[in-house]
Structures are given as C-alpha cells and as structure tokens.
Design a protein around this ligand. Structure first.
Ligand SMILES: NC(=O)C1=CN([C@@H]2O[C@H](COP(=O)(O)OP(=O)(O)OC[C@H]3O[C@@H](n4cnc5c(N)ncnc54)[C@H](OP(=O)(O)O)[C@@H]3O)[C@@H](O)[C@H]2O)C=CC1
Ligand SMILES: Nc1nc(=O)c2c([nH]1)NC[C@@H]1CN(c3ccc(C(=O)N[C@@H](CCC(=O)O)C(=O)O)cc3)C=[N+]21
Ligand SMILES: [Mg+2]
Length: 281
C-alpha cells in the first residue's frame, strides 16, 4: 500500500480563497483584520517564517505590522511593546515569534498579550478554554492538523491517537484537540520507555519532536494515519520527523514535509486573526 498524501498546501490555498470573501464582507463594515508580529533578533529560520506569515496576510487582505527588535531588547521593553499593541484598535492579533532570547521570560511575554488578541492560542486563559471545550483561539499547528484530518474525512471517534512530543505549542495541545474529538490519546516523549510498543498501536500517529526522520516504518502500524509536524533542515533541504519514503509504504495517509502541516499553521493563524476581527463588531 502507498499512502494517500494529506496535501496541506492545497487545503491552505482553498481556505485562503474562502477567507478573501470573508474579509471583503468585513471591509463593508470598515473592518480590516490586523496582525502584529514581533520578531526579536536575527535568527534566519524565524525571519523566513515571519516573511511567510506576512506574505499570507497580504494575499488574503489582512493588514500586518512587523515589529523587529534586536536581541538586546529587555523584557520590560518588550512588555511595553505588547501593552501598546494590546491597546491598538487596528490590531486584532499579536504574535511574538518564538524562540525569544533566554534573558526574557517566555511565559511573562505570553501572559502579557491580551487573551482576546492571542491568535497563537498560547495564553493560559485560552489554553484553559481549549481544555474545557469553550470557543477560543486554538493553537495554530494543532488546529491545522485537525482541519487536515477532517478534510480527508478521517474519523477520529474512538481511535487511538499517539502523540510523539509534548511541547506546549504542538504536542500537548494537539492531543487535547484530538481528545475533544473523542479520540483516545497517548503521549510519548523523551522519557517514554519502549516507545515503539506504543506508536505501533496508533491508528493516528502525530509526530512533533524535531528529530529528522526519527520515526520509521517499523514504528508504524499498517494502515495508520501519520502526521509529520517536524521541520528540520538537513544539508539545506527540509525534512520532517518521519522517514517519508519508508512510512509511505505502510501508512494509509501521510503528510509531506514541506507542503503538509506548515502551510496549515499559517492558515489557521489567518483564521484566528479574522475571528478576532469579527468580534470587534
Ligand atoms: N509545521 C509546523 O507548523 C510547526 C513545526 N514545528 C516543528 O515541530 C517539531 C517539534 O517542535 P516543538 O514541539 O516546538 O519542539 P520542542 O523541542 O519544544 O519539543 C520536542 C518534544 O519532543 C520530545 N522528544 C525529543 N526527542 C525525542 C525522542 N528521541 N523521543 C521521544 N520524544 C522526543 C521532547 O520530549 P521532552 O518533553 O521529554 O523533552 C519534547 O516533548 C520541530 O521540528 C519544529 O520545527 C513546530 C511548530 C510548528
Ligand atoms: N509564536 C509562534 N507561533 C508559531 O506558530 C511558531 C513560532 N512562534 N515559532 C516557530 C514555529 C514554526 N512554525 C512554522 C510555521 C510555518 C511553517 C511552514 O510554512 N513550513 C513550510 C515550509 C517553509 C520553508 O520552506 O521554510 C512547509 O512545511 O511547507 C513551518 C513552521 C510556526 N511557529
Ligand atoms: Mg518549542
């Protein structure tokens, strides 16, 4: 068997088309959704992601503002920038590109963003609402993963979803969203013993660890749905956390890297920004 590819790039393009007409409707009411992105330092990967976000905003008609600051910025200075954006009526969403320098507390920064402008869905209030199933901004990568599975009509109810990775931005929330969809969820991480025994039981396997081609065909059950969140640069080329060529012969569905989860992450950021602008009304 050769897996059906879950084409995130294509679904992202389709969703962005739909967003354009929503934004035209908002324009009638004199609302232009606005996103502020704060980029600290000169990390090449972060710069490239931020460019991707700005390009996507321009494509659908979201106003975007880039605030670039040097590595030497103090935590206090950054918090003041966030306060200003919290008060800015043209800004519906605020994103601080991670990682940030070690001398600044990531948690302090995330908690300073007004929850109703936290389009990343990282604020503890929004995480809490996600856990209780209240409507809120869902974290973009997990939200994008669930949208891709739904688009392919992959039934989640009662399925065993195994998540490899437990970061606050990907692993933990993707498990929570799948639980909200009535999947049975198991988390694996760097201390997990006999991980293969767990991953080979997965109907749905989500991998988000940041280790190139770490998950191989032997880790996967025949017919499983495999979602590769990893983005790794090896010899100048992008690859995921899953050994694509091996796993595609065993999985029923598989996401490519690039062109899988990544474009969906940006798309759900746009979606959250539009949702935020709609609540101005
Ligand atoms: N496509 C997209 O839109 C996005 C892609 N990414 C990519 O996804 C990947 C993960 O990102 P992120 O969640 O931020 O990463 P983190 O580094 O924050 O977390 C990695 C997680 O993987 C676990 N882990 C690491 N090594 C192993 C191992 N050998 N076996 C089992 N578990 C392991 C860690 O365990 P422990 O907790 O025990 O340390 C940790 O929970 C990266 O490649 C990143 O670039 C990230 C965000 C968005
Ligand atoms: N506050 C914050 N929010 C984030 O959402 C956030 C962040 N910080 N820090 C870094 C990670 C990573 N991330 C990606 C987004 C898009 C692609 C993406 O579009 N990838 C393309 C390839 C892009 C390329 O060619 O480099 C693809 O997979 O096809 C990847 C990774 C968001 N993150
Ligand atoms: Mg991280």
């Amino acid at each position: 068997m050769s897996a059906t590819l879950l084409n995130g790039k294509e679904l992202a393009a389709k969703k962005r088309e739909q967003m354009k007409s929503k934004i035209e409707q908002l324009a009638v009411e004199n609302i232009t959704p606005g996103l502020a992105v704060i980029l600290i330092g000169d990390n090449a990967a972060s710069q490239s992601y931020v460019r991707g976000k700005q390009k996507a905003c321009a494509e659908v008609g979201i106003y975007s503002e880039l605030i670039e600051r040097p590595d030497s910025i103090t935590e206090q200075e950054l918090l003041v920038e966030i306060d200003r954006l919290n008060e800015d009526p043209a800004i519906d969403g605020i994103l601080v590109q991670l990682p940030i320098p070690a001398h600044i507390s990531e948690q302090a920064v995330i908690e300073r963003i007004a929850p109703n402008k936290d389009v990343d869905g990282f604020h503890p209030i929004n995480i809490g609402k996600m856990m209780t199933g209240e409507k809120t901004f869902l974290p973009c990568t997990p939200y994008g993963v669930v949208e891709m599975l739904k688009e392919a009509s992959i039934d989640l109810e009662g399925k065993h979803a195994v998540i490899v990775g437990r970061s606050n931005i990907v692993g933990k929330p993707v498990g929570q969203l799948l639980l909200n969809e009535n999947a049975t969820v198991t988390y694996c991480h760097s201390r997990t013993k006999d991980m293969r025994n767990l991953t080979t039981q997965a109907d749905i396997l989500i991998v988000a660890i940041g280790r190139p081609k770490f998950v191989t065909a032997e880790d996967v059950k025949e017919g499983a749905v495999v979602v590769d969140v990893g983005i790794n640069r090896v010899d100048g080329k992008l690859c995921g956390d899953v050994d694509f060529d091996g796993v595609k012969e065993k999985a029923s569905y598989l996401t490519p890297v690039p062109g899988g989860v990544g474009p969906m992450t940006i798309t759900m950021l746009l979606e959250n920004t539009i949702q935020s602008a709609e609540s101005r009304k």
